[in-house]
Design a binder for this molecule. Structure first.
Ligand code: FES
Length: 497
C-alpha cells in the first residue's frame, strides 16, 4: 500500500530551511518585486543584467505558488489559444501572441542553460480525444499556422488510446519548474540580489517612491512590480477583469518507465493534459472556477482513474492543484498597474500557461522599467480596450454580484458544531452572519468567519483541498483562516467552535 503525497512532484524536495530570510527593518532598492514566482524572478534577473538594484519579497517560499504547482510544460502551443484569439480579437492578435509565447519558451531555454533543472525539448500537441473534438483541433491547427507557428498535423500521437487528430509543435520544453525557479533565485542572489521569504506584503503606498510594507519590515523603492499571480492591490480593479480557475494534477510512476513523448492536451470538456518527468506521467485537468460549490476529492479520483485506465501505472505518487487567473479577453495583463503610471507594474492573467507567458512577461517588464522597447508590450497592456470581449466582462461581474448577494440568503447547513462529522465542513449560524466549521481527521474543530477579507463575499468549502475558497475573485484560506491565495492579504477572523 503506498501513500499519495499531497504535494506537487516539483516541490517535494524543497529545502526545509528557507534559503532566504524574512524581511525585517527598512530596506531601499530601485525596484521592489512582490512575488518570487516565474514572473517576478524573471523580471528581477533581467533587470539585474541592466545593472538595476532589485529586492524580491515573497509571502511564502520561492516558487511554491503556481510556479511549483503545474504540469511543467513550457510551450507556445496552448490548447485552442489561437482559434480562440482569432475569434475574440483578430488574426493580428493571434500572431502577436504566438511571437510572444515563442519568445517566452526560448527565454526559459536561455535562462535555464546554467541551471540544473532537467530541461528537455519535446513536442507539444493539442488533440481530439473524441470524434466530436476533431473539427476544433483542425481549426486550431489552421489558426496556429496563420499565427506563424511551425505546427504539423498528426493523425496519431504517442498515447495508449485512440485519438482523432492532433496539431503538433516540435521543439517545446519540459522542465523541473521548481528547480528552475530556485536556480533563478540562486543566480539572482549570487549577483548581489536580495530575496526575502515568508514576508507577506500588506500594503504599498499610493505614490512613488513606494513604501512596500510587511508585518515586520518595509522596502522603499522607485518602482514596484506586483507579480503575485493574482494582483494584491485593488487600486487597478484587476479583480473585475480576471477570473480564477482551479485545476488538478496527479503524478503516476509507470511500470514501463516511459511516459508519452508529447506534452499533450485534449480540447473537450473534460480536458485531459499529459506531461512527464523521468518515469512519471503527469495527468492534469478537472478545472473549475475558483470557489465553485460542491468541489470534493472526486477531482483527483477522476484523474487517477483515467491514468489507471489508459497507462501502466505502478502507483500514484503525488497530487496537487493550482489556481490561475484568466483575463476576460484571454490575454495576459503585463504593464502599468494604472493608466498613466510608469512606476507601479503588474504581470498577471497567464491562464494556465504561465511558464511561457510569465517568462515573456518578465522580459516585457524588465525592458519597460529599464527604458527599452519591447515588441509585446502593447499587446499585453492591462489597459487595452477589448470591445469584442465586453460581454464576457459584464457576464463575469454579474456572476460575482449574484454570488455576493445570493450566498447570504443560503441557510446554514447545520445548527450546532456537534452536527459536523469528521473531515467535513459545515456552514453554521454566527450571530447575524455565518461561520465555517471544519472538524479535522483527529476530531479537532476549526471555526472561522466566512466573510472573505478581500471584498466580503461568502466563502465556500473546497473538499479537495480542505480550504475555504471565494467564488468572487479566488482568494483561499486554510481552515484556521490563514491566506493561501490572494487577492486577500489578511486572514479570516477565528470564531468560537
Ligand atoms: Fe474578492 Fe473574496 S476574493 S471578495
Amino acid at each position: 500500500m503506498t501513500t499519495t503525497t499531497e504535494q506537487s512532484l516539483w516541490l517535494q524536495d524543497t529545502p526545509t530551511t528557507p534559503d532566504h530570510p524574512p524581511l525585517s527593518g527598512q530596506h531601499h532598492a530601485r525596484v521592489a518585486v512582490i512575488g518570487a514566482g516565474i514572473g517576478g524572478l524573471t523580471t528581477a534577473v533581467l533587470l539585474q543584467r541592466h545593472g538595476v538594484d532589485v529586492v524580491i519579497v515573497e509571502a511564502g517560499r520561492v516558487g511554491a505558488g503556481a510556479s511549483g504547482n503545474n504540469t511543467a510544460k513550457v510551450t507556445a502551443l496552448q490548447s485552442t489559444m489561437y482559434s480562440t484569439l482569432e475569434r475574440g480579437h483578430n488574426a493580428a492578435v493571434a500572431t502577436g501572441y504566438a511571437e510572444a509565447a515563442t519568445a517566452g519558451v526560448e527565454l526559459v531555454a536561455a535562462l535555464a542553460e546554467p541551471i540544473d533543472c532537467d530541461l528537455q525539448r519535446a513536442p507539444a500537441a493539442t488533440f481530439a480525444y473524441t470524434k466530436d473534438e476533431h473539427d476544433t483541433v483542425r481549426a486550431e491547427a489552421d489558426a496556429a499556422t496563420r499565427a506563424g507557428l511551425p505546427v504539423e498535423w498528426a493523425e496519431k500521437l504517442d498515447l495508449p488510446f485512440p485519438t482523432y487528430g492532433a496539431v503538433r509543435l516540435p521543439g517545446q520544453i519540459v522542465v523541473h519548474p521548481a528547480k528552475y525557479v530556485r536556480g533563478l533565485a540562486a543566480a539572482f542572489t549570487a549577483e548581489g540580489g536580495r530575496v526575502f521569504e515568508h514576508s507577506r506584503v500588506r500594503n504599498v503606498s499610493v505614490t512613488a517612491p513606494y513604501q512596500v510594507s510587511t508585518d515586520e519590515g518595509a522596502i522603499r523603492a522607485e518602482h514596484v512590480v506586483v507579480a503575485t499571480h493574482y494582483p494584491i492591490l485593488d487600486r487597478g480593479l484587476f479583480f473585475a477583469r480576471l477570473e480564477a480557475q482551479r485545476s488538478y494534477c496527479v503524478a503516476a510512476r509507470l511500470r514501463s518507465g516511459t511516459p508519452p513523448a508529447e506534452l499533450a492536451i485534449s480540447v473537450g470538456n473534460p480536458s485531459w493534459s499529459f506531461s512527464r518527468h523521468g518515469d512519471h506521467l503527469i495527468v492534469g485537468g478537472q478545472s473549475h472556477p475558483a470557489g465553485e460549490r460542491g468541489v470534493d476529492f472526486s477531482r483527483y479520483t477522476a484523474l487517477a482513474d483515467f491514468a489507471h485506465r489508459h497507462f501502466d501505472v505502478e502507483e500514484i505518487r503525488h497530487r496537487w492543484s493550482a489556481q490561475d487567473p484568466k483575463a476576460y479577453d484571454g490575454l495576459p495583463m503585463v504593464g502599468a498597474y494604472l493608466p498613466g503610471t510608469s512606476r507601479l507594474w503588474v504581470a498577471t492573467g497567464f491562464a494556465k500557461w504561465g511558464l511561457a507567458m510569465g517568462s515573456v512577461a518578465g522580459q516585457v517588464l524588465a525592458d519597460r522599467i529599464a527604458g527599452a522597447d519591447n515588441p509585446h508590450a502593447d499587446l499585453f497592456s492591462p489597459h487595452r480596450a477589448s470591445l469584442r470581449s465586453a460581454p464576457a466582462l459584464l457576464q463575469q461581474n454579474a456572476r460575482v454580484a449574484k454570488d455576493l448577494i445570493g450566498d447570504r440568503l443560503v441557510p446554514p447547513e447545520a445548527a450546532d458544531t456537534d452536527d459536523v462529522p469528521v473531515d467535513t465542513a459545515r456552514v453554521l449560524p454566527d450571530g447575524q452572519g455565518k461561520k465555517g466549521v471544519y472538524r479535522d481527521r483527529e476530531g479537532v474543530v476549526h471555526a472561522v468567519s466566512l466573510r472573505c477579507t478581500h471584498l466580503g463575499c461568502l466563502l465556500r468549502f473546497n473538499g479537495a483541498e480542505r480550504s475555504w475558497d471565494c467564488s468572487c475573485h479566488g482568494s483561499r484560506f486554510d481552515v484556521d483562516g490563514a491566506v493561501l491565495e490572494g487577492p486577500a492579504t489578511r486572514p479570516l477572523s477565528r470564531r468560537d467552535p
